[in-house]
Design a protein around this ligand. Structure first.
Ligand code: IFM
Length: 462
């Protein structure tokens, strides 16, 4: 008998991608420009100077990719809709040709027996909305709800699970805090306003999804398992600031309807200007969700640090008096991320400890690793490190279940090698290798391993 991690019957296994990372065809069928089209043209923004202009060519090869999913045996496929395909200028009537593409994808998935899980926003904001202020502006949250209603009106009857935002921490803090992601801004209070408007946008979108009668709706957060480097109170306080920025400023409004208790200590004077917050926002943000999605890759260990910029007028929202410390003695992936599977178990159990009955069922909506894999002479791709990563994290998830966590599913990132944002095509996360010259897809050893693990779990569950 195989030694795959054990899961209860009904546990869901899936694979994920996002629109800008795989689709290409950025100028086809009326799609408008997104902030990533603009940002990737900026010199030095993407390490290999690339963009998502062609990516994996999924826009034209989606049938082949659906066939790969069916063969893999996943219960669900998590993909995202590109807002600039649906509303090229970020508002106004629907671009039917854009929405038709996703309708075809959903139909093909359903026909193949794979449940579509749709993310509405995976970072590709229409550029005209950024030109009007982007997520710094409340208007973007309102436009997001209108866009959500358009997509839900067409696909709400066939897509059972909806995710409003993917990793709003990245949108707010990499987008407007340190400028590593589009739109590439490094700001203080405006980045905090962006975070707030993402929460408001999520709440408004939840309302639009409920109005459309969708079955399940929630959000995907990249929560961090943060540990202090030492028991020194200064490091413990630094860990709380890190947790506030990474986790609590999202989970407290979403699950408890309150702002994070340590926000003043985390942001100092930056959070004193709160004119972007309005009465009723917390009620919106805390609209009940059917699940909470968790994207997990690696944990953080932090210690206290001084303000990098003493003048609050010039400080960015990422300057929170903590810094990461190295974690020696464990393997690091090609991203340089320490591999610590037990941190996933701890993160899952700690959510229940903190939020109790307020916590909805959990889904791991992303987990995976970038490795230095390359095809062998015969074309096969032997990615033993990725298999070890997936197996150890599935085991950690299985342990969390045994400890009482209400975890319903696991989604591997990613089905395909793809455009890894500021790293361009230099980092490969796929279960399937993509030759970017020919767009040929080659399932790696990890694809075959995951397929066998899913089948073993189903057979055991009967
Ligand atoms: O590729 C990304 C994805 O778009 C969001 N979550 C993390 C992944 C790996 O960095």
């Amino acid at each position: 008998m195989s030694d795959f991690p054990v899961f209860p019957s009904g546990f869901e296994f899936g694979a994920a991608t996002s629109a800008y990372q795989i689709e290409g065809a950025t100028k086809e069928d009326g799609r408008g420009p997104s902030i990533w089209d603009t940002f990737s043209r900026r010199s030095g923004a993407v390490s290999d100077g690339s963009s998502g202009e062609t990516a994996c060519g999924h826009y034209h090869r989606h049938r082949e990719d659906v066939a790969l999913l069916a063969e893999l045996g996943v219960s669900h496929y998590r993909f995202s809709v590109a807002w600039p395909r649906i509303q090229p200028s970020g508002s106004g009537p629907v671009n039917t040709r854009g929405l038709d593409f996703y309708a075809r994808l959903v139909d093909d998935l359903l026909e193949a027996g794979v449940k579509p899980v749709l993310t509405l926003y995976h970072w590709d904001l229409p550029q005209p909305l950024e030109d009007a202020g982007g997520w710094r502006s409340r208007d973007t949250a309102e436009r997001f709800a209108e866009y959500t209603a358009l997509v839900a009106a067409r696909l709400g009857d066939r897509v059972p699970r909806w995710i409003t935002l993917n990793e709003p921490w990245c949108s707010a803090f990499l987008g407007y805090g340190n400028g590593e992601h589009a739109p590439g801004a490094s700001e203080g209070t405006p980045a905090l306003a962006a975070a707030h408007h993402l929460l408001v946008g999520h709440g408004l979108a939840m309302g639009a999804l409920r109005a459309a009668g969708v079955q399940e709706a929630g959000i995907a957060l990249n929560l961090d398992q943060v540990d202090p480097a030492t028991p020194d109170p200064a490091d413990v306080a630094a860990a709380l600031r890190a947790e506030t920025q990474r986790n609590l400023m999202w989970t407290d409004p979403l699950l408890k309807g309150c702002y994070a208790a340590a926000e003043a200590d985390t942001w100092g004077e930056l959070i004193e200007r709160q004119d972007f917050r309005r009465d009723g926002d917390l009620a919106l943000a805390s609209a009940p969700m059917d699940f909470l999605g968790l994207n997990y890759y690696t944990p953080s260990t932090v210690r206290a640090a001084p303000w990098r910029e003493p003048d609050p007028a010039r400080r960015t929202a990422m300057d929170n008096r903590f810094e990461g410390v190295a974690r020696p003695g464990v393997r690091h992936t090609a991203m340089g991320w320490p591999v610590v599977p037990d941190a996933l178990r701890r993160l899952l159990t700690s959510l229940g400890d903190r939020y109790g009955a307020l916590l909805p069922p959990l889904h791991i909506t992303e987990n995976g690793s970038a490795e230095h894999d390359a095809p062998a002479a015969d074309g096969t791709v032997h990615d033993a490190e990725r298999i070890a990563y997936l197996e150890s994290h599935l085991r950690a998830a299985s342990k969390a279940l045994a400890e009482g966590v209400d975890l319903r599913g696991y989604t591997a990132w990613s089905l395909l090698d793809n455009f890894e944002w500021a790293h361009g095509y230099t980092k490969r996360f796929g279960l399937v290798h993509v030759d970017y010259e020919t767009e040929a897809r080659t399932p790696k050893d990890s694809y075959h391993w995951y397929k066998a693990a899913i089948a073993a779990s189903r057979n055991r569950a009967g």
